[in-house]
Ligand binder design. Structure first.
Ligand code: SIN
Ligand code: CO
Length: 387
């Protein structure tokens, strides 16, 4: 998919560094959804979409759902549907072809359709993106310019001074990789469909905040919080339930003044919170496997209880909306810490997003693991395909 470049070379030379145009990344590419399918998709309440058009008055944007769209012969409009991988198995499979990059970074598939002249205008994104041309032609102009100032007062981000440095017309199957902050402008040449495989990257602020929240949870657990929310499995960490002591404090004539001793005690207390890799792992594992806003799990039919025996045929596959990650012996799925250890076969399930029934049988899973898999089947997180 990267032409004659290996994933290893791509990651070393291009990822987060410079744009790359790959002609016929997917030769003879035919998208699983047509322009008409996207027009149907954006009618649905649960699909996030935006209509963008430009005219003499400038740029305009409306958010979906859309029961009616501008006429197919009217130029200069585009409609973008977000999180399409959550709604379509084939689009999820397309996104998963990019799993030479960690699941922690993969975000979603966005699809745009446009008429002649349609596009979202010259802009930059804060995240990496692969732009795969799916139908028709699009003329991309790109620039590594430093001036990223925006036109003020618009409903969308439009660069005030876009100076194109390179220009290419993409045909179906061609793909353009752009690192964050590379300015770009894609204009449809006739009816056009573009698939964006987008990535996510937490900000430093979000990472710090998340880790602090996890530390807060750890403290609550240590204080004997019995809500059960934080206790499964129990968090490692210091005992913090001992109360502040001020034996030897002298009589005060300023009772409203904050005691220095409490300031010192608060600072000393926080020093005892352990910011360990395990804590970061717990926070990141839960956070990064949180299903996307668009995720929907169809509950299973409850006909299969693996405790009664794992079928000898068929295979188990993760639902397209399931997010599953692991580190060391910890296993995370759809925002939860799985209540058992990440044995090799479960790591394989996460990496491959599926296992054959015979692989599961060979692993000789404990009853607890079979109960867990059964619960995932019931919740629609995992599916059994008899073949
Ligand atoms: C598009 O598909 O028109 C927009 C993609 C982008 O520029 O980020
Ligand atoms: Co963009």
């Amino acid at each position: 998919m990267l032409g004659n470049i290996s994933p290893a070379d791509f990651m070393r030379d291009y990822w987060q560094r410079k744009p790359l145009l790959i002609r016929q990344a997917i030769p003879g590419f035919k998208p699983s959804l047509s322009i008409a399918d996207i027009k149907d998709l954006v009618k649905r309440e649960e699909v996030e979409s935006r209509l963008i058009w430009h005219d003499d008055e400038g740029w305009h944007m409306k958010t979906g759902p859309f029961n009616r769209l501008p006429g197919a012969r009217k130029p200069d409009w585009t409609i973008l549907a977000q999180n399409v991988d959550a709604h379509d198995d084939n689009m999820a499979a397309l996104m998963h072809q990019f799993r030479f990059i960690s699941d922690a970074r993969l975000d979603d598939v966005m699809i745009s359709i446009a008429t002649e002249g349609g596009g979202v205008g010259p802009h930059f994104d804060s995240y990496d993106v692969f732009l795969l041309q799916a139908a028709g032609q699009r003329r991309w102009r790109i620039s590594t310019q430093e001036d990223l100032s925006l036109v003020p007062g618009l409903p969308l981000k439009i660069l005030a001074n876009f100076q194109a440095e390179q220009e290419f017309v993409l045909e179906p199957g061609d793909m353009l990789y752009l690192p964050p902050h590379v300015a770009h402008d894609g204009v449809a040449q006739g009816d056009c469909m573009t698939i964006s495989i987008g990535f996510r990257a937490p900000t430093t602020g979000a990472l710090a905040r998340g880790l602090l929240d996890a530390a807060g949870d750890q403290i609550m657990a240590r204080l004997g919080d019995d809500s059960g929310l934080y206790a499964n499995p129990p968090l490692p960490g210091p005992v913090l339930a001992d109360a502040y002591k001020d034996r030897g404090a002298v009589a005060t004539t300023h009772p409203a003044q904050l005691p220095d001793g409490l300031i010192d005690a608060a600072l000393a207390a926080v020093q005892r919170v352990a910011f360990t890799p395990e804590l970061a792992e717990r926070f990141l594992g839960q956070w990064l496997t949180e299903p996307s806003r668009a995720a929907w799990f169809e509950p299973g039919d409850h006909s299969l209880d693996l405790a009664d025996g794992v079928p000898s045929q068929g295979r188990f596959v993760l639902d397209r909306c399931t997010r599953m990650m692991y580190r060391g012996t910890s296993l995370f799925i759809n925002g939860e810490v799985a209540p058992l250890q990440a044995e090799d076969w479960l790591k394989r399930l996460a990496d491959e997003r599926g296992l054959t029934a015979s692989e599961v049988n060979r692993a000789q899973p404990a009853d607890k693991a079979l109960d867990m898999l059964t619960a995932w089947l019931d919740d629609g997180w995992l599916q059994y395909l008899p073949d």
